[in-house]
Design a binder for this molecule. Structure first.
Ligand code: THG
Length: 607
């Protein structure tokens, strides 16, 4: 017997068709559902009328489906509670899995194995809108998934996803189940892109891919529901061109039309055949199936496609990026740098600090939006302030930024609890700023574990047990040590590590900092040379602490120029205050250059 993932390499796999719409044609009575109060609860049918579910499975197995889905789309306690049976979540999931497995086994042959996918729906709540916390949602998913696992499903299908934060809570649960059972099942995540072209929360397909791509436990990413194949084409093409994971596509039989008060799906088997042949044969989709309105007749045609085509070679190209719930920001752009707005920082902006004190969150959101207007691609967010509860503050801020701010965030904190609280509220792919080896690896271990759990990228500072690195050698050797550790021990990918060789004030007149500009620039060049996949970043404004504002903008801009020349990918700056070099007079430029490269013919810069 081959595994599901082995077969996925060899053939286009066919899923089954609509559950809900098919069940409706069976004319089930209230009694069939187990009474008036359970009428319409399809998940309870595995207890009250298992024959109806078996009939459904058989109809799709007869049509040639390789995979049938369990009757558990609304199988979480969150949904079952609407029928007051949330406590039956585990039991119903086990039962549904057993019934499906029994049916699949009847049909399975050596030449055509049949599999069962545990259907895991989106529930009825959107965590990004504050309907439920990630922890509560995850707990509900965990019981549901444990039941599916114990009932014997071959894989998990987290489908019809509406909100990236909802997906993350399901992934936290899946990770927990796989760890507890010491066995990982193949896992599909399938998002629903509405007719307006984004997920319900406004998420573009690129943002969904960026948020999901870092998760090792996900094997397949795709789309299902909401529309027919025609409306999915551009997004399916995007996934096929960009996704390193297998691609899944399960459209409705067209956009539903209201016919006599009922949803009517009009796409014929011929039309589905035409589109899905194109997706599988030209674009390289690996798994095809049907969602709402698709019947065994449609699935028969998909099984035929699977016989006509083999999996196409996809020459995908993935650009390492981060995301908000809406859109993405690559971690390297041409020309560089990626601009990380520095102003939403209680230690870096008097205005932001005062707004935090007043707890004026709307105005904080406005500061974020101003930075986007000024050209920031990503926002650094820091609410650390002595005497305040940082976990509470980050919770208030990230909850709002998650939906109100269109660009990705960088969580700037040294506290593990704060980072964790932020990641639990953020639906995009965030950057954690930062880890270091100041107290050895203990704290970095905790933060890297969070980074893996939530798919984040991580800024790594050149700081070790002996303190901050001032010399070139120290900056590089610590970066290398952190890289090796993060990759080997925590299985981080090099492209998700962003090295900060540290920026110290250059104009302070402090003798021991004289060489620090050139050391930082040389360290960036060396880090890019020995770890070319890794990214680099600097908090540029640190370089000009203590100088007057006009001189600061000049020095920051010149320092940034040389850092970019050395290979800097990203910088934390006040985006609106960075000047192109041609706007700086020659004398000012030269003065700054001498300061940065420690060629000073003078003692200190005059304010
Ligand atoms: N590396 C990494 N993260 C960092 C830094 C770094 N985060 C914080 C900091 N350094 C980068 N952010 C800032 C933000 C603001 C300023 C400097 C660095 C700054 N602010 C003015 C001031 O304090 O004088 C503005 C004052 C105001 O507007 O009120 O200079 O190096 N990884």
């Amino acid at each position: 017997m081959k595994s599901f993932l082995d077969i996925l390499k060899e053939k286009i796999i066919v899923f089954d068709g609509a559950t809900g719409a098919s069940l409706q044609t069976y004319d089930l009575t209230a009694d069939d559902f187990g009474g008036k109060e359970l009428e319409g609860c399809n998940e309870y049918l595995v207890i009250s009328k298992p024959d109806a579910i078996k009939r459904l499975h058989h109809s799709f197995l007869d049509a040639g489906a390789d995979v049938i889905e369990t009757d558990t789309f609304g199988g979480t306690s969150i949904v079952l509670n609407e029928y007051q049976i949330g406590n039956l979540d585990y039991e119903l999931s086990v039962k549904a899995a057993q019934i499906a497995k029994e049916c699949a086994n009847e049909y399975s042959t050596k030449g055509k194995q049949r599999f069962v996918a545990g259907s895991i729906g989106p529930t009825t709540k959107l965590p990004s809108l504050g309907h439920i916390t990630l922890d509560d949602m995850s707990e509900s998913y965990y019981r549901h998934m444990s039941g599916l696992f114990d009932g014997g499903v071959d894989l998990f299908c987290i489908e019809t996803c509406q909100d990236p934060l909802q997906i993350k809570s399901a992934l936290v649960a899946a990770q927990r189940v796989f760890e507890e059972k010491r066995k990982k099942l193949p896992l599909i995540v399938s998002v629903t892109v509405e007719t307006m072209g984004t997920m319900l929360m406004g998420t573009e397909i690129s943002a969904a891919l960026t948020t999901l791509e870092p998760y090792d436990i996900i094997d397949v990413i795709g789309m299902n529901c909401a529309t027919g194949p025609k409306e999915m084409e551009e997004n399916i093409r995007y996934l096929c061109h960009n996704s390193p994971k297998y691609v899944f596509c399960m459209p409705n039989a067209g956009i539903p039309e209201n016919v006599g008060g009922k949803a009517h799906y009009h796409l014929t088997p011929d039309e589905i055949d035409k589109w899905m042949s194109h997706f599988a044969g030209d674009l390289g989709v690996n798994i095809i199936g049907g969602c709402c309105g698709t019947t065994p007749e449609h699935i028969k045609r998909l099984a035929n496609i699977s016989e006509r085509f083999s999996p196409q070679e996809r020459n995908w190209e993935y650009t390492p990026s981060v995301s908000s719930i809406y859109s993405i920001a690559p971690m390297h752009i041409e020309p560089p740098p990626v601009l990380v707005g520095e102003r939403c920082n209680a230690n870096g902006s008097k205005q932001f600090k005062q707004l935090l004190m007043k707890e004026d969150y709307d105005a904080m959101v406005n500061m974020a939006k101003e930075q986007i207007k000024e050209g920031a691609h990503i926002l650094d967010v820091c609410v650390a302030y002595v005497g305040r509860d940082e976990v509470k503050d980050i919770t208030e801020v990230v909850r709002r930024f998650n939906t109100a701010v269109s660009i990705p965030i960088m969580i700037d904190s040294t506290e593990v609890k704060v980072i964790e609280a932020a990641l639990k509220l953020y639906g995009g792919r965030a950057i954690i700023n930062s880890i270091n080896f100041e107290d050895g690896t203990a704290k970095a271990d905790k933060i890297l574990t969070l980074a893996k759990r939530y798919g984040s990228a991580v800024v790594c500072l050149s700081i070790d047990e002996e303190g901050q690195a001032y010399t070139f050698e120290k900056k590089v050797s610590i970066a290398k040590r952190i890289r090796d550790y993060a990759v080997e021990v925590h299985k981080m990918r090099e492209e998700d590590l962003i090295f900060d060789a540290l920026t110290f004030p250059l104009g302070s007149g402090q003798e021991d900092l004289r060489g620090s500009g050139i050391n930082t620039i040389n360290a960036i060049r060396e880090i890019k040379k020995i770890m070319p996949k890794c990214k680099t970043i600097l908090g540029i404004s640190n370089s000009s602490f203590g100088l007057n504002p006009q001189i600061r903008h000049v020095l920051n801009s010149v320092f940034l120029h040389y850092a970019i020349e050395a290979g800097l990918d990203m910088c934390i700056v006040h985006a609106g205050k960075i000047m192109p070099l041609f706007k700086i007079d020659k004398k000012g430029r030269e003065l700054c250059r001498e300061l940065i490269f420690d060629e000073r013919k003078f003692e200190t810069i005059k304010n």
